[in-house]
Ligand binder design. Structure first.
Ligand code: SF4
Ligand code: SF4
Length: 462
């Protein structure tokens, strides 16, 4: 006997989305406010993450922001680490690690990301829906208010709600902007007259408007129709994936007076922000928000039944009545993620703080200096990848020669570069072939930061 055979509600639930009627109209979800242990934990996680999101642009290390995603100026700072196009391999590895982590966590633990960490869910459930509850009242009052015709009260409540929604979206837009251009630059723009940044202001308003439409109108449809991660659930989960599940073995047959534990009170549906009935089994719309777990646990508590009629469990766990087991597959996934993370951390920690390029000046050959020396001319470029200015110097490590700088080697500024030209002079007697490899050490504060190999050309037979 499987769960679908037990399903007594809408027999078309697999053929249609809960928030769209069979006629194609939107079915608005008036979700009851969720309360309970898991919801409290989710609130804690959400508010901690929101504080981080709004607060991080203000955190600086050595005057530079801890996070900056200035793609236009090719400046990227993550956890205070300044990344450059030369660090593409690190960024690629970081993206790969995140991708694999999300996929692997999903395969084992379902849509944990959606319910606990996704910004769309956090903002929708713990910011915008909260405001709605405060301004318009609970789900019943909201339904009544929307079914009423025009009234001053309705106009007032709707105006306050939408004004708050739009203002919060505008703040979020500016926070995103702070991550891109930095909080100082953002403050400068805000202090300037709007006319000085008219196009930027219009772009910010448009972004705000899109976000406002998402949170005030589109809502759960983003998770169902727009989010690619949501669409991938069919291939990312299987019957061993842990997700929010209804224990149909224990719950059925449902209804008052039946032998199953489910009272068919439908309170799990009332709290669901995507409007589905979890008792129908795994569904595309379920974001694993745990609201139905908390709600059903309250019912079970009141009836003196054990909690967990709806709980985190896999299809196989429900079918066999077994407990969660650490399977070989989960362990293998953890090992893969640990290897990727270790490699990423290792490469980041051992990454050079300077990036030096030294190339022979294009078109130049060797020059004779007097009768006993040969010189080559080079262009150098040193990029500073740290949050502090660096003094640098060059030294020939092998095989021999002398560096003659044209001008002075200037300190390399934060997020900046120093460029220039130098000669390398070598004794004719030391030159054994027409093209020699020379190793140059790049030093800062007496410490060798990196070595660069270059070629030195000379006459075939000196
Ligand atoms: S809340 Fe629990 S008891 Fe009520 S209908 Fe849902 S599963 Fe059944
Ligand atoms: S079914 Fe339960 S876990 Fe899934 S979205 Fe609805 S309330 Fe959240």
């Amino acid at each position: 006997m499987n769960q679908q055979k037990n399903m007594k509600g809408n027999p078309y639930f697999r053929d249609q989305v809960a928030t769209v009627s069979r006629e194609g109209d939107r079915v608005w979800v008036y979700a009851k406010e969720a309360k309970g242990r898991l919801t409290n934990y989710r609130k804690l996680v959400s508010y901690a993450l929101l504080i981080l999101f709004f607060g991080l642009p203000f955190v600086k290390i050595g005057g530079a922001p801890i996070f900056l995603f200035d793609f236009l100026d090719r400046q990227l700072i993550i956890f205070g680490i300044h990344l450059y196009p030369q660090d593409f391999h690190l960024m690629f590895l970081a993206m790969l690690t995140i991708f694999v982590l999300v996929i692997l966590v999903n395969v084992s633990f379902g849509r944990i990301w959606c319910g606990w960490l996704c910004p769309q869910t956090l903002l929708m459930e713990f910011v915008f829906r909260k405001i709605e509850f405060i301004v318009e009242g609970d789900h019943k009052k909201q339904r009544i208010l929307n079914s009423k015709g025009f009234s001053v009260e309705k106009l007032l409540r709707k105006s306050v709600k939408h004004a708050l929604f739009f203002s919060i979206c505008f703040i979020i837009t500016n926070t995103f902007l702070a991550y891109i251009i930095g909080v100082d630059e953002l403050w400068q723009i805000i202090s300037d007259p709007v006319s000085m940044h008219l196009w930027g202001f219009i772009a910010a308003l448009l972004f705000t408007l899109v976000m406002y439409v998402v949170f005030s109108q589109v809502r759960e449809l983003v998770c169902t129709f727009v989010c690619p991660y949501g669409r991938l659930q069919g291939v990312l989960s299987d019957s061993n994936t842990i997700m929010v599940s209804y224990d149909y073995k224990r719950g059925e047959p449902r209804g008052a007076g039946s032998s199953g534990d489910c009272f068919d009170c439908k309170r799990c549906i009332a709290v669901c922000p995507t409007g589905i009935d979890i008792r129908n089994g795994t569904q595309l719309e379920c974001i694993n928000c745990t609201a139905c777990i908390d709600e059903c646990n309250q019912i079970m508590d009141q009836a003196g039944y054990p909690k967990g009629l709806i709980r985190y469990a896999s299809e196989n766990m429900i079918a066999s009545g077994s407990q969660f087991k650490l399977t070989f597959r989960i362990v293998a996934y953890i090992v893969v993620v640990v290897i990727l993370l270790t490699t990423l951390i290792g490469l980041t920690v051992t990454r050079s703080s300077l990036e030096t390029t030294i190339l022979r000046t294009p078109g130049s050959l060797y020059m004779e200096q007097g009768t006993d020396s040969i010189s080559n001319v080079y262009n150098y470029k040193v990029v500073n990848k740290t949050a502090s200015e660096m003094d640098v110097s060059f030294k020939i490590m092998a095989p021999d020669g002398h560096i003659r700088l044209i001008g002075k080697l200037l300190p390399v500024p934060v997020d900046g570069r120093t460029e220039g030209v130098f000669f390398i002079d070598r004794k004719r007697t030391k030159i054994k072939q027409s093209s020699d490899k020379i190793t140059i050490g790049v030093f800062s504060d007496g410490k060798r930061i990196e070595t660069v190999d270059i070629t030195f050309v000379g006459p075939t037979k000196p």
